[in-house]
Write a protein that binds this ligand. Sequence first.
Ligand SMILES: Nc1ncnc2c1ncn2[C@@H]1O[C@H](COP(=O)(O)OP(=O)(O)OP(=O)(O)O)[C@@H](O)[C@H]1O
Length: 263
Amino acid sequence: MANDANQSPGESAEAAISTHNFNAWYGDFQALHDLSLQIPRNRVTAFIGPSGCGKSTFLRWINRMNDTVAIARASGSLQMGDLDLLSDRTDVVDLRRRIGIVFQKPNPFPKTIFENVAFGPRLHMRISRSELEELVEWALRKAAVWNEVKDRLNGPAFGLSGGQQQRLCIARAIATGPEVLLMDEPCSALDPASTLAIEDLIYELREQYTIVIVTHNMQQASRCSDQTAFFYEGKLIELGSTSQVFTKPSNKQTEDYVSGKFG
Ligand SMILES: Nc1ncnc2c1ncn2[C@@H]1O[C@H](COP(=O)(O)OP(=O)(O)OP(=O)(O)O)[C@@H](O)[C@H]1O
């Protein structure tokens, strides 16, 4: 794997998501301050920073998970192309089809392996049974888990290992044809072999998807991302190509964090 060190982050590639002067609160507590950044299309962007710095909050605003948090509010702009991600008029069901999310702990539905992947397409698309079967196979192949599950598609998803369940969740997320995949510490519950499998997958998937990964694992950010954003106390401190942020950070706080002095 290689980082895209020659790209000027967020500038030379077209932006999939852009935010300007974005602020977010939980009640009176301001969790994010004046964020302005671009997430380039078909790249992997890593969000790093110590616990509580607002990484997940930002991710949750991107696909409106915070709609269920009564005390959450935001200001500023957050756009996917022309689509205003903060508008009350935005169709949130369609938005979540376009922006998939994979969580820290694999969370398959209590259904069969097949039904986990078929769920989203059934909700969003009108397709025949044979088209659905093809789509499920395509998504499971793309998520690099097909060979392990092809003979047990009607078996329970909970019967899979943690790493397999997480790849199943990735298959479920891509089956509806999203443009963006958000991953909130997707490997933190996995063993090293499964982690490496998911990292390889993330790097391959970027050819078709825009990926944002939140991670506490510095090696992981440097292995599988093109650009890295360092957050601290709700502020974006530094954004650059991953190789620059890890080898020549321009900010002292970034340097201390990536070198393990705090966090
Ligand atoms: N539902 C909520 N209600 C109130 N405060 C919240 C809520 N969710 C998060 N916060 C607060 O917002 C701040 C940012 O939290 P967030 O989860 O975004 O941080 P994070 O950088 O993702 O942390 P971690 O790396 O530990 O997951 C923290 O101070 C947290 O306590």
